[in-house]
Design a protein. Structure first.
Length: 380
């Protein structure tokens, strides 16, 4: 009886896209277990790499547009589409990786570029749009993105606010008469696995601001500014949403798209699973080989590999799951988890920041999978 294997990794951040990782796993299986039937299915959870995974899985295409990075510098960025849908991945325009560490400043970074990509997609005729909001450099509650879509944010003197979250403390009025008409006609879904609200001790500024360059003093300023923004939104847009789970994702971009575009917030992996009919693809599969760059305690808080393993367990097919990772934190495997095995791909001393190491990541993954495949096939 033919053994069926599904190669379904997420991206190995900084080293391999989900598609590259899936092909590397597939190559390892074919080398080590030639009789097995292997299918590649790149996955994502709404964060960086989601657009890559969808383009690969749905035979989509990329579109290039001029936009601005989180500090307002022009750049060419991309969004993707497939028949019946499209995605803007905010990290491609407003992402943290586009800034040098010394450039990170959560007070002034803006989601303007993400809004420019959304605008380009809508003006191209898209009316069903996903927005992946992981990997942001921003903390402006999506105000920059909404400006690109035609909203105006004015101070008490009627002047347009400068970019960034800190400036929102001076917001006096929101004007929406110039909003792109297509915004009202578009079904927009924000994909995130972050459940933080917009403000407070578990909000966008307090939890994620520091990694974007915010000092403790900056966090206080930003949290107060976003709370003030939410108050003006209630008055001028008649939407009360800052307390909702997920509105703190990407420095509040999900909040901005909810209140300004009517977007709904969806769990990223769950939404993608439905889009790719993942449960159907798991039927009859003997092994799922998944992975990501680091398997750590965050993985077990609900990230893609964990959710995939849970779904495989529920499939009723007796499916077993092996996780491959560039690095594995032993603490992640101390408690109960749904993986039958977890295998570290990288050798001791390997560093993902080393360009040479990154270049060899696919070969390392293929080799690790091939060794697993030979061992497992021999044990049957």
């Amino acid at each position: 009886m033919t053994v069926r294997i599904l190669a379904a990794p997420l991206e190995f951040k900084g080293s391999l896209t989900a598609g590259q990782a899936a092909r590397a796993i597939e190559a390892g299986v074919r080398a080590g277990w030639p009789d097995a039937e292997v299918t590649a299915l790149p996955l994502a959870d709404g964060g960086p790499g989601t657009a890559d995974a969808l383009v690969e899985a749905l035979a989509g295409q990329w579109h290039t547009a001029w936009a601005h990075d989180a500090l307002g510098r022009p750049l060419q960025a991309q969004w993707a589409s497939w028949p019946g849908g499209a995605i803007v991945e905010m990290a491609l325009a407003s992402g943290l990786t586009l800034l040098a560490p010394a450039e990170r400043d959560a007070r002034v970074t803006t989601t303007l570029g993400t809004g420019e990509l959304i605008t380009d997609a809508l003006e191209s005729g898209v009316r069903s749009l996903l927005v992946g909001v992981g990997g942001s450099a921003t903390n402006d509650a999506g105000a920059g993105a909404l400006q690109a879509l035609g909203y105006r944010f004015l101070d008490a003197s009627g002047r347009t606010l400068p970019p960034g979250g800190a400036a929102l403390r001076n917001l006096s009025r929101i004007v929406s008469d110039g909003v792109l008409p297509a915004v009202r006609e578009t079904e927009m879904t924000v994909m995130t696995d972050v459940l933080n609200p917009l403000c407070g001790t578990t909000g966008a500024s307090a939890v994620y601001g520091p990694q974007k360059g915010a000092s403790p003093e900056d966090v206080e300023v930003l949290d107060a500014a976003l709370a003030h923004f939410a108050e003006v939104v209630k008055r001028d847009l008649d939407v009360d949403a800052e307390h909702l789970p997920g509105t703190g994702a990407a420095g509040g971009l999900s909040y901005g798209l909810l209140v300004g575009c009517g977007a709904r917030i969806s769990r990223g992996f769950e939404h993608l699973s439905k889009l790719l009919a993942l449960d159907d693809r798991l039927q009859g599969v003997d092994w799922v080989l998944t992975g990501e760059g680091r398997l750590d305690t965050q993985t077990l808080s609900g990230k893609g590999p964990l959710e995939l393993a849970r779904r495989a367990r529920r499939s009723g097919s007796g499916t077993r799951v092996v996780a491959f990772a560039g690095k594995i934190d032993p603490r992640a495997l101390e408690g109960e988890h749904p993986f039958d095995e977890a295998i570290q791909v990288s050798p001791p001393g390997w560093s993902e920041s080393d360009p040479a190491a990154r270049a060899g990541a696919a070969a390392l993954l293929t080799s690790a999978v091939e060794q697993w495949a030979r061992r497992t096939a021999h044990a049957r």
